[in-house]
Ligand binder design. Structure first.
Ligand SMILES: [Zn+2]
Length: 423
Protein backbone atom coordinates (compact mmCIF):
# COMPACT_ATOMS: atom_id res chain seq x y z
CA UNK A 1 0.00 0.00 0.00
CA UNK A 2 1.27 3.43 -0.92
CA UNK A 3 2.14 5.75 1.98
CA UNK A 4 -0.35 8.37 3.16
CA UNK A 5 2.20 11.12 3.51
CA UNK A 6 3.28 10.82 -0.10
CA UNK A 7 -0.34 11.16 -1.27
CA UNK A 8 -1.09 14.08 1.06
CA UNK A 9 2.04 15.92 -0.10
CA UNK A 10 1.32 15.41 -3.78
CA UNK A 11 -2.38 16.21 -3.50
CA UNK A 12 -1.96 19.37 -1.42
CA UNK A 13 0.65 20.69 -3.87
CA UNK A 14 -1.81 20.28 -6.74
CA UNK A 15 -4.83 21.82 -5.02
CA UNK A 16 -2.89 24.93 -4.06
CA UNK A 17 -2.50 25.74 -7.75
CA UNK A 18 -5.65 27.50 -9.00
CA UNK A 19 -6.93 25.82 -12.19
CA UNK A 20 -10.53 27.00 -12.38
CA UNK A 21 -11.96 26.71 -15.90
CA UNK A 22 -14.20 29.31 -17.56
CA UNK A 23 -17.27 28.43 -19.66
CA UNK A 24 -17.28 31.88 -21.29
CA UNK A 25 -13.85 31.48 -22.85
CA UNK A 26 -13.47 29.97 -26.30
CA UNK A 27 -9.80 29.09 -25.77
CA UNK A 28 -8.31 25.74 -24.80
CA UNK A 29 -7.41 25.66 -22.02
CA UNK A 30 -10.19 28.08 -21.13
CA UNK A 31 -7.98 29.79 -18.54
CA UNK A 32 -4.26 30.51 -18.79
CA UNK A 33 -3.69 29.50 -15.19
CA UNK A 34 -4.39 25.85 -16.02
CA UNK A 35 -0.94 25.84 -17.64
CA UNK A 36 0.62 26.32 -14.20
CA UNK A 37 -0.39 22.86 -13.09
CA UNK A 38 -0.21 21.31 -16.57
CA UNK A 39 3.45 22.22 -17.00
CA UNK A 40 4.24 21.01 -13.51
CA UNK A 41 2.52 17.68 -14.19
CA UNK A 42 4.42 17.10 -17.42
CA UNK A 43 7.63 17.82 -15.54
CA UNK A 44 6.70 15.49 -12.72
CA UNK A 45 5.77 12.64 -15.08
CA UNK A 46 9.26 12.90 -16.59
CA UNK A 47 10.83 12.98 -13.16
CA UNK A 48 9.17 9.78 -11.97
CA UNK A 49 10.41 8.02 -15.09
CA UNK A 50 7.44 8.04 -17.49
CA UNK A 51 8.26 7.85 -21.21
CA UNK A 52 6.93 9.82 -24.21
CA UNK A 53 5.72 12.64 -21.96
CA UNK A 54 4.03 15.19 -24.20
CA UNK A 55 2.04 18.33 -23.53
CA UNK A 56 0.29 19.74 -26.60
CA UNK A 57 -0.70 23.31 -27.52
CA UNK A 58 -4.02 22.91 -25.69
CA UNK A 59 -2.39 21.62 -22.48
CA UNK A 60 -3.45 17.99 -22.97
CA UNK A 61 -0.83 15.76 -21.39
CA UNK A 62 -0.03 12.21 -22.45
CA UNK A 63 2.63 9.83 -21.18
CA UNK A 64 3.58 6.19 -21.40
CA UNK A 65 4.62 3.55 -18.92
CA UNK A 66 6.22 0.87 -21.12
CA UNK A 67 5.30 -2.78 -20.61
CA UNK A 68 7.58 -4.89 -18.42
CA UNK A 69 6.44 -8.27 -19.73
CA UNK A 70 7.22 -10.26 -22.85
CA UNK A 71 3.72 -11.24 -23.97
CA UNK A 72 1.39 -8.88 -25.79
CA UNK A 73 -1.45 -7.31 -23.84
CA UNK A 74 -3.82 -4.48 -24.77
CA UNK A 75 -2.62 -0.94 -24.08
CA UNK A 76 -4.84 0.54 -21.37
CA UNK A 77 -5.16 4.13 -20.20
CA UNK A 78 -5.97 6.19 -17.10
CA UNK A 79 -7.42 9.67 -17.49
CA UNK A 80 -8.29 12.59 -15.25
CA UNK A 81 -8.74 16.35 -15.48
CA UNK A 82 -6.78 19.08 -13.75
CA UNK A 83 -9.24 21.97 -13.98
CA UNK A 84 -11.69 22.75 -11.19
CA UNK A 85 -15.31 23.85 -11.36
CA UNK A 86 -16.26 27.45 -12.18
CA UNK A 87 -19.09 27.07 -9.62
CA UNK A 88 -16.88 27.99 -6.68
CA UNK A 89 -13.57 29.70 -6.02
CA UNK A 90 -10.40 27.66 -6.40
CA UNK A 91 -8.08 30.51 -5.46
CA UNK A 92 -5.83 30.18 -2.39
CA UNK A 93 -7.05 26.72 -1.50
CA UNK A 94 -5.86 26.05 2.02
CA UNK A 95 -6.27 22.30 2.66
CA UNK A 96 -6.84 21.15 6.24
CA UNK A 97 -5.64 17.71 7.34
CA UNK A 98 -7.73 15.99 9.98
CA UNK A 99 -6.06 12.90 11.34
CA UNK A 100 -7.98 10.12 13.04
CA UNK A 101 -11.35 11.76 12.38
CA UNK A 102 -13.52 11.46 15.50
CA UNK A 103 -16.86 11.30 13.68
CA UNK A 104 -18.05 14.69 14.95
CA UNK A 105 -18.62 18.13 13.42
CA UNK A 106 -15.60 19.57 11.65
CA UNK A 107 -15.16 23.31 12.03
CA UNK A 108 -13.92 24.45 8.64
CA UNK A 109 -13.92 28.11 9.48
CA UNK A 110 -14.42 29.44 13.00
CA UNK A 111 -14.70 33.09 11.98
CA UNK A 112 -17.41 32.47 9.42
CA UNK A 113 -18.97 29.60 11.38
CA UNK A 114 -18.69 27.11 8.53
CA UNK A 115 -19.13 23.54 9.74
CA UNK A 116 -18.84 20.24 7.93
CA UNK A 117 -21.27 18.07 9.87
CA UNK A 118 -22.00 14.33 9.61
CA UNK A 119 -25.58 15.16 10.61
CA UNK A 120 -26.00 16.75 7.22
CA UNK A 121 -23.30 15.00 5.17
CA UNK A 122 -23.99 11.46 6.36
CA UNK A 123 -21.24 9.85 4.27
CA UNK A 124 -18.78 11.24 6.81
CA UNK A 125 -19.81 8.53 9.28
CA UNK A 126 -18.08 5.82 7.25
CA UNK A 127 -14.72 7.62 7.53
CA UNK A 128 -14.42 7.69 11.32
CA UNK A 129 -10.80 7.01 12.28
CA UNK A 130 -9.48 7.99 8.83
CA UNK A 131 -7.44 10.98 7.66
CA UNK A 132 -9.59 13.62 5.97
CA UNK A 133 -8.53 16.53 3.82
CA UNK A 134 -11.00 19.42 3.87
CA UNK A 135 -11.12 23.07 2.80
CA UNK A 136 -10.88 26.05 5.14
CA UNK A 137 -14.48 26.86 4.22
CA UNK A 138 -13.71 29.65 1.74
CA UNK A 139 -12.94 27.69 -1.45
CA UNK A 140 -13.60 24.34 -3.04
CA UNK A 141 -10.97 21.68 -2.47
CA UNK A 142 -10.37 20.47 -6.01
CA UNK A 143 -10.37 16.76 -5.18
CA UNK A 144 -12.45 16.77 -8.37
CA UNK A 145 -10.22 15.88 -10.01
CA UNK A 146 -6.79 16.53 -8.56
CA UNK A 147 -7.39 13.40 -6.49
CA UNK A 148 -7.59 11.45 -9.76
CA UNK A 149 -4.35 13.05 -10.97
CA UNK A 150 -2.63 12.32 -7.65
CA UNK A 151 -3.74 8.69 -7.80
CA UNK A 152 -2.64 8.10 -11.38
CA UNK A 153 0.78 9.73 -10.92
CA UNK A 154 1.29 7.83 -7.65
CA UNK A 155 0.22 4.52 -9.18
CA UNK A 156 2.63 4.98 -12.10
CA UNK A 157 5.41 5.81 -9.67
CA UNK A 158 4.51 2.75 -7.63
CA UNK A 159 4.68 0.50 -10.71
CA UNK A 160 8.02 2.01 -11.71
CA UNK A 161 9.42 1.40 -8.22
CA UNK A 162 7.99 -2.13 -8.07
CA UNK A 163 9.04 -3.73 -11.36
CA UNK A 164 8.13 -7.20 -10.11
CA UNK A 165 4.47 -6.29 -10.69
CA UNK A 166 3.76 -7.36 -14.29
CA UNK A 167 1.91 -4.93 -16.55
CA UNK A 168 1.48 -4.12 -20.22
CA UNK A 169 1.91 -0.68 -21.74
CA UNK A 170 -0.05 1.97 -19.87
CA UNK A 171 -1.01 5.37 -21.19
CA UNK A 172 -1.80 8.34 -18.97
CA UNK A 173 -3.90 11.31 -20.11
CA UNK A 174 -4.58 14.55 -18.23
CA UNK A 175 -7.02 17.09 -19.66
CA UNK A 176 -8.06 20.70 -19.08
CA UNK A 177 -11.66 22.00 -19.11
CA UNK A 178 -13.62 18.91 -18.11
CA UNK A 179 -15.78 20.98 -15.78
CA UNK A 180 -17.06 23.07 -18.66
CA UNK A 181 -17.83 19.96 -20.70
CA UNK A 182 -14.85 20.21 -23.04
CA UNK A 183 -12.31 17.87 -21.50
CA UNK A 184 -12.71 15.30 -24.23
CA UNK A 185 -13.13 17.75 -27.13
CA UNK A 186 -9.51 18.01 -28.14
CA UNK A 187 -8.41 14.66 -26.76
CA UNK A 188 -6.51 12.85 -29.51
CA UNK A 189 -7.82 9.30 -29.16
CA UNK A 190 -5.61 7.97 -31.99
CA UNK A 191 -2.50 9.43 -30.48
CA UNK A 192 -3.46 8.08 -27.07
CA UNK A 193 -3.66 4.68 -28.69
CA UNK A 194 -5.18 2.69 -25.86
CA UNK A 195 -7.70 -0.12 -26.38
CA UNK A 196 -9.69 1.21 -23.48
CA UNK A 197 -9.22 3.54 -20.53
CA UNK A 198 -10.65 4.51 -17.16
CA UNK A 199 -11.39 8.02 -15.96
CA UNK A 200 -10.47 8.35 -12.28
CA UNK A 201 -13.19 10.91 -11.65
CA UNK A 202 -15.89 9.29 -9.53
CA UNK A 203 -16.80 10.13 -5.97
CA UNK A 204 -16.85 7.73 -3.01
CA UNK A 205 -14.61 4.71 -2.66
CA UNK A 206 -15.96 1.76 -4.67
CA UNK A 207 -17.80 3.67 -7.38
CA UNK A 208 -17.58 2.07 -10.80
CA UNK A 209 -19.71 3.55 -13.53
CA UNK A 210 -20.31 2.66 -17.15
CA UNK A 211 -23.75 4.14 -17.67
CA UNK A 212 -24.64 7.81 -17.90
CA UNK A 213 -27.43 9.95 -19.26
CA UNK A 214 -28.23 10.59 -22.88
CA UNK A 215 -28.36 14.36 -22.93
CA UNK A 216 -29.78 17.14 -25.08
CA UNK A 217 -30.49 20.82 -24.69
CA UNK A 218 -33.53 22.61 -26.12
CA UNK A 219 -34.12 26.29 -26.75
CA UNK A 220 -37.73 27.29 -27.33
CA UNK A 221 -38.37 30.76 -28.66
CA UNK A 222 -41.89 32.13 -28.62
CA UNK A 223 -42.86 35.21 -30.61
CA UNK A 224 -45.70 37.37 -29.33
CA UNK A 225 -47.43 40.49 -30.63
CA UNK A 226 -47.23 43.65 -28.60
CA UNK A 227 -50.11 46.09 -28.92
CA UNK A 228 -51.13 49.00 -26.69
CA UNK A 229 -52.78 47.21 -23.78
CA UNK A 230 -55.75 49.54 -23.83
CA UNK A 231 -56.62 48.55 -27.39
CA UNK A 232 -55.29 45.00 -27.51
CA UNK A 233 -58.49 42.98 -27.63
CA UNK A 234 -58.23 40.28 -30.25
CA UNK A 235 -54.81 41.53 -31.31
CA UNK A 236 -52.22 41.05 -28.59
CA UNK A 237 -50.36 37.76 -28.34
CA UNK A 238 -48.50 37.61 -25.02
CA UNK A 239 -45.60 35.23 -25.53
CA UNK A 240 -45.25 34.71 -21.77
CA UNK A 241 -48.70 33.09 -21.52
CA UNK A 242 -47.88 30.77 -24.39
CA UNK A 243 -44.66 29.88 -22.66
CA UNK A 244 -46.66 29.13 -19.55
CA UNK A 245 -48.92 26.78 -21.52
CA UNK A 246 -45.87 25.07 -22.95
CA UNK A 247 -44.34 24.57 -19.52
CA UNK A 248 -47.49 23.22 -17.89
CA UNK A 249 -48.09 20.81 -20.77
CA UNK A 250 -44.98 18.88 -19.77
CA UNK A 251 -45.25 16.28 -16.98
CA UNK A 252 -44.56 18.09 -13.71
CA UNK A 253 -43.22 14.96 -12.04
CA UNK A 254 -40.62 14.23 -14.71
CA UNK A 255 -38.27 16.87 -13.37
CA UNK A 256 -34.98 16.57 -11.48
CA UNK A 257 -36.59 17.20 -8.10
CA UNK A 258 -38.98 14.24 -8.58
CA UNK A 259 -36.72 11.65 -10.21
CA UNK A 260 -33.86 9.32 -9.26
CA UNK A 261 -31.92 6.22 -10.36
CA UNK A 262 -32.82 5.46 -13.98
CA UNK A 263 -35.71 7.93 -14.29
CA UNK A 264 -35.28 10.59 -16.94
CA UNK A 265 -36.52 14.18 -16.93
CA UNK A 266 -37.19 17.52 -18.60
CA UNK A 267 -35.47 20.31 -16.74
CA UNK A 268 -36.47 23.92 -17.30
CA UNK A 269 -33.23 25.79 -16.65
CA UNK A 270 -34.03 29.31 -17.79
CA UNK A 271 -36.87 31.67 -18.73
CA UNK A 272 -36.48 35.10 -20.20
CA UNK A 273 -39.50 36.91 -21.44
CA UNK A 274 -41.59 39.92 -22.30
CA UNK A 275 -44.78 40.28 -24.32
CA UNK A 276 -42.97 40.15 -27.66
CA UNK A 277 -40.63 37.32 -27.04
CA UNK A 278 -40.04 34.58 -24.48
CA UNK A 279 -37.20 32.10 -24.48
CA UNK A 280 -37.26 28.85 -22.53
CA UNK A 281 -34.26 26.63 -22.03
CA UNK A 282 -34.54 22.96 -21.18
CA UNK A 283 -32.18 20.10 -20.69
CA UNK A 284 -33.43 16.60 -21.45
CA UNK A 285 -31.93 13.56 -19.76
CA UNK A 286 -32.61 9.83 -19.96
CA UNK A 287 -30.47 6.69 -19.63
CA UNK A 288 -32.70 4.83 -22.07
CA UNK A 289 -32.07 5.74 -25.70
CA UNK A 290 -35.69 5.19 -26.82
CA UNK A 291 -37.10 7.21 -23.95
CA UNK A 292 -34.58 9.92 -24.69
CA UNK A 293 -35.72 10.13 -28.32
CA UNK A 294 -39.36 10.09 -27.19
CA UNK A 295 -38.74 13.03 -24.87
CA UNK A 296 -37.32 15.11 -27.68
CA UNK A 297 -40.36 14.21 -29.78
CA UNK A 298 -42.72 15.32 -27.02
CA UNK A 299 -41.19 18.81 -27.15
CA UNK A 300 -41.37 18.96 -30.96
CA UNK A 301 -45.01 17.81 -31.01
CA UNK A 302 -46.01 20.27 -28.34
CA UNK A 303 -44.49 23.10 -30.36
CA UNK A 304 -46.31 21.93 -33.51
CA UNK A 305 -49.59 21.70 -31.66
CA UNK A 306 -49.34 25.23 -30.29
CA UNK A 307 -48.26 26.56 -33.68
CA UNK A 308 -51.32 24.99 -35.28
CA UNK A 309 -53.51 27.31 -33.18
CA UNK A 310 -52.01 30.40 -34.80
CA UNK A 311 -51.70 31.68 -38.33
CA UNK A 312 -47.95 32.25 -38.15
CA UNK A 313 -45.38 29.96 -36.68
CA UNK A 314 -44.92 31.48 -33.25
CA UNK A 315 -42.85 28.79 -31.58
CA UNK A 316 -39.43 27.85 -32.76
CA UNK A 317 -37.67 24.91 -31.18
CA UNK A 318 -34.06 23.96 -31.46
CA UNK A 319 -32.77 20.74 -29.93
CA UNK A 320 -29.12 19.81 -29.72
CA UNK A 321 -27.73 16.50 -28.55
CA UNK A 322 -25.05 16.95 -25.89
CA UNK A 323 -23.74 13.48 -25.04
CA UNK A 324 -24.85 9.86 -25.02
CA UNK A 325 -24.95 6.93 -22.61
CA UNK A 326 -21.58 5.17 -22.79
CA UNK A 327 -23.24 1.86 -21.92
CA UNK A 328 -23.84 1.29 -25.63
CA UNK A 329 -20.08 1.45 -26.28
CA UNK A 330 -18.90 -0.31 -23.13
CA UNK A 331 -21.35 -3.20 -22.98
CA UNK A 332 -19.85 -5.08 -25.96
CA UNK A 333 -16.54 -4.98 -24.03
CA UNK A 334 -17.84 -5.88 -20.60
CA UNK A 335 -14.48 -7.39 -19.62
CA UNK A 336 -13.14 -3.86 -19.15
CA UNK A 337 -15.71 -3.31 -16.39
CA UNK A 338 -15.16 -6.82 -15.04
CA UNK A 339 -11.41 -6.24 -14.70
CA UNK A 340 -12.03 -3.06 -12.70
CA UNK A 341 -14.60 -4.82 -10.53
CA UNK A 342 -12.26 -7.74 -9.88
CA UNK A 343 -9.38 -5.34 -9.11
CA UNK A 344 -11.52 -3.59 -6.48
CA UNK A 345 -12.47 -6.88 -4.84
CA UNK A 346 -8.85 -8.00 -4.71
CA UNK A 347 -7.83 -4.84 -2.83
CA UNK A 348 -10.81 -5.03 -0.43
CA UNK A 349 -12.92 -2.33 -2.02
CA UNK A 350 -16.59 -3.18 -2.39
CA UNK A 351 -17.65 -2.17 -5.91
CA UNK A 352 -20.64 0.17 -6.12
CA UNK A 353 -21.94 -0.06 -9.68
CA UNK A 354 -24.65 2.45 -10.53
CA UNK A 355 -25.74 4.68 -13.40
CA UNK A 356 -24.39 8.22 -13.37
CA UNK A 357 -27.08 10.90 -13.40
CA UNK A 358 -24.90 13.13 -15.52
CA UNK A 359 -22.14 12.75 -18.03
CA UNK A 360 -18.40 12.19 -17.83
CA UNK A 361 -15.52 12.80 -20.14
CA UNK A 362 -15.55 9.04 -20.45
CA UNK A 363 -18.93 9.09 -22.17
CA UNK A 364 -17.62 11.44 -24.86
CA UNK A 365 -14.40 9.48 -25.20
CA UNK A 366 -16.37 6.25 -25.52
CA UNK A 367 -18.13 7.70 -28.56
CA UNK A 368 -14.80 8.92 -29.93
CA UNK A 369 -13.55 5.32 -29.98
CA UNK A 370 -12.03 4.99 -26.52
CA UNK A 371 -14.38 3.00 -24.25
CA UNK A 372 -13.95 4.59 -20.88
CA UNK A 373 -15.74 3.59 -17.65
CA UNK A 374 -15.37 5.81 -14.59
CA UNK A 375 -13.76 4.82 -11.28
CA UNK A 376 -13.94 6.54 -7.89
CA UNK A 377 -11.33 9.15 -7.04
CA UNK A 378 -12.56 9.27 -3.44
CA UNK A 379 -13.82 12.83 -2.89
CA UNK A 380 -17.23 14.02 -1.68
CA UNK A 381 -19.35 17.19 -2.05
CA UNK A 382 -17.68 18.33 -5.25
CA UNK A 383 -17.74 21.93 -6.50
CA UNK A 384 -18.16 23.64 -3.16
CA UNK A 385 -16.76 24.56 0.23
CA UNK A 386 -17.81 21.26 1.85
CA UNK A 387 -15.67 19.18 -0.49
CA UNK A 388 -13.45 16.68 1.34
CA UNK A 389 -11.53 13.49 0.68
CA UNK A 390 -10.34 10.66 2.94
CA UNK A 391 -6.68 9.86 2.24
CA UNK A 392 -7.48 6.16 2.71
CA UNK A 393 -9.80 6.37 -0.32
CA UNK A 394 -6.91 7.74 -2.38
CA UNK A 395 -4.74 4.87 -1.19
CA UNK A 396 -7.44 2.45 -2.35
CA UNK A 397 -7.71 4.17 -5.72
CA UNK A 398 -3.96 3.79 -6.26
CA UNK A 399 -4.23 0.13 -5.31
CA UNK A 400 -7.09 -0.32 -7.82
CA UNK A 401 -5.08 1.24 -10.66
CA UNK A 402 -2.08 -0.97 -9.91
CA UNK A 403 -4.29 -4.06 -9.69
CA UNK A 404 -6.07 -3.28 -12.97
CA UNK A 405 -2.67 -3.09 -14.67
CA UNK A 406 -1.66 -6.39 -13.13
CA UNK A 407 -4.94 -8.19 -13.90
CA UNK A 408 -4.90 -7.01 -17.51
CA UNK A 409 -1.40 -8.44 -17.96
CA UNK A 410 -2.47 -11.69 -16.30
CA UNK A 411 -5.68 -12.06 -18.28
CA UNK A 412 -3.90 -11.91 -21.62
CA UNK A 413 -0.99 -14.09 -20.61
CA UNK A 414 -2.17 -17.25 -22.34
CA UNK A 415 -4.11 -15.56 -25.11
CA UNK A 416 -2.49 -14.89 -28.40
CA UNK A 417 -3.20 -11.19 -28.32
CA UNK A 418 -1.14 -10.51 -31.44
CA UNK A 419 -0.91 -7.19 -33.19
CA UNK A 420 -3.78 -5.24 -31.72
CA UNK A 421 -1.77 -3.45 -29.13
CA UNK A 422 0.34 -1.50 -31.58
CA UNK A 423 -0.15 2.20 -31.50
ZN1 LIG B 1 -14.39 15.67 -12.27
Amino acid sequence: MIGKKQLIDRFTQYVKIDTQSDPDSRDTPSTKKQWDLANKLAEELREIGMQEVEIDENAYIMATLPANIAHNVPVIGFISHFDTSPDFSGENVNPQIIEDYDGKDIILNREQNIILSPNYFEDLHQYKGQTLITTDGTTLLGADDKAGITEIVSAMEYLINNPHIPHGEIRVGFTPDEEIGRGAHKFNVDKFGAQWAYTMDGSQVGELEFENFNAAGATITIKGKSVHPGYAKGKMVNSMYIAQDFITSLPRLETPEHTENRQGFFHLTDIKGNVERTTLKYIIRDHDKDHFEARKEVLQKLALEINSQFEDEIINIEIKNQYFNMREKVEPLMHIVDIAEEAMKQVDVEPIIKPIRGGTDGSQLSYMGLPCPNIFAGGHNFHGRYEYIPVESMQKAVAVIVKIAELTAEKYKDLDYGENNKR
